[in-house]
Design a protein around this ligand. Structure first.
Ligand code: GDP
Length: 390
């Protein structure tokens, strides 16, 4: 899971507070200071972190809480709400509808992960029943068309581009028309990226946008820029009507928290995050489940989503029925371990389960994690059916 370090530090701070016999002003302050330190390390703006600390202290008035109150829960809830506030732009994004053609245009600086993200976005929707197609209108970077073609072929997604045509507007228009005729309902246009925000890039973006009239413009940004994301997102928003943002490389950068909060401050909804180079290292970004996972509180809706992807169709109704009844037995966990081992990044799935820290499954150590799952399964093999089903 992304931001494993930040999540680990915050949940450890809350855990330490919970371990204290009495939660008084000193214990609360220590916990908040730890969280502050972790957020600043993730490059979240100082002003936001300060505000968060003040708000939590205002909400959690230890003197007013009667002895019967569960202080730990109240504090944890206050931290949860404040983190959500920092990350919530308060604005939903356009969502494409199946069966109705939508044109989605991708913009961003070169190297931000734009081309990779176009394919991830197409692949994600293809798995959910859309009929996506990719158009390469990046005529600036040599090799851009080959890269898109290669990715598209791997994911079995139709694509359009040209080695000889140098006018990106023409390619974009032809590509969109072609795929509309083929009844594709998600036509994704990849545009040129440049090294920095320069007039020529913005002008080209404007022209492609005018000619294709996209339903949504997605701005792709690299998370390593941290707080600087604010200026970059603003600059793109001013040139073309950016409707959503995808933040990439959340797997490798400690500054991801800063990038996410800075984008939220521009009132642009982040819709997905990139968590690796592979096609399926791509996650829906939803503020509440994201914060919930960050605090080790799980993400049931994300978990359900994954179940739909990996559990055979005929077994789904029974499993969902049991889960909706709160019936999460060791037997179910065992069966899900079997399913999880069949699929890609297991860390993603694990962080969705309450109580499982993302640090349990650090990236790059998936083999080790898989071995750990197999060990858990061997331990479960020695349990009686009664224990597994209780
Ligand atoms: P573009 O110039 O913006 O189109 O960028 P590319 O799609 O070519 O990506 C640049 C590099 O970033 C490539 O090596 C990608 O594999 C890599 N990349 C893209 N997204 C991610 C991500 O979420 N995580 C990681 N670790 N690498 C990524």
């Amino acid at each position: 899971m992304v931001l494993a370090q930040l999540g680990g530090s915050i949940s450890r701070a809350i855990q330490q507070m919970s371990n204290a016999t009495i939660i008084d002003e000193k214990v609360l302050n220590e916990c908040l200071n730890e969280i502050t330190r972790a957020l600043l390390q993730a490059d979240v703006q100082f002003k936001l972190v300060r505000e968060m600390q003040t708000n939590i202290k205002k909400i959690v008035n230890l003197d007013d809480l009667a002895a019967g109150h569960n202080k730990r829960r109240i504090i944890q809830q206050a931290i949860f709400n404040e983190l959500c506030k920092i990350l919530d732009p308060g604005k939903p994004s356009f969502t494409p509808k199946k069966g109705k053609p939508s044109v989605i245009m991708f913009v961003g600086l070169q190297g931000s992960g734009k081309t990779t993200t176009c394919t991830k976005y197409a692949y994600y929707h293809q798995k959910k029943g859309w009929k996506p197609a990719l158009v390469c209108a990046d005529t600036f970077r040599a090799g851009a068309f080959d890269q898109l073609k290669q990715n598209a072929t791997k994911a079995k997604i139709p694509f359009y581009g040209s080695y000889t045509e140098s006018d990106p507007v023409r390619i974009a228009v032809e590509g969109v028309e072609t795929f509309k005729k083929e009844n594709c309902d998600l036509i994704i246009v990849d545009t040129s990226g440049r090294h920095k925000q320069e007039a020529a890039l913005f002008e080209e973006m404007r022209q492609v946008s005018e000619a294709t009239n996209p339903d949504l413009v997605i701005f792709v940004m690299d998370s390593s820029i941290g707080q600087a994301a604010f200026d970059q997102a603003q600059a793109f928003k001013q040139s073309v009507s950016v409707g959503a943002v995808i933040v990439t490389k959340m797997d490798g950068h400690a500054k991801g928290g800063g990038a996410l909060s800075a984008v939220a401050a521009t009132k642009s909804p982040v819709i997905f995050i990139g968590t690796g180079e592979h096609m399926d290292e791509f996650e829906v970004f939803d503020v509440k489940p994201f914060v919930s996972r960050l605090l080790g509180m799980g993400d049931w809706s994300g978990f359900m989503d994954k179940i739909h992807e990996v559990v055979p169709m005929d077994q789904q109704p029974e499993l969902l029925q049991k889960l909706s009844e709160g019936n999460f037995t060791l037997r179910i966990m065992y069966e899900q371990f079997q399913n999880i081992l069949k699929m890609g990044p297991i860390g993603q799935v694990f962080s969705m389960l309450p109580g499982f820290s993302s640090e349990l499954m650090p990236k790059g150590r998936e083999k080790e994690s898989q071995a750990k799952i197999k060990r858990y399964m061997t331990m479960m093999d020695s349990m009686t059916n009664e224990v597994l089903c209780s």
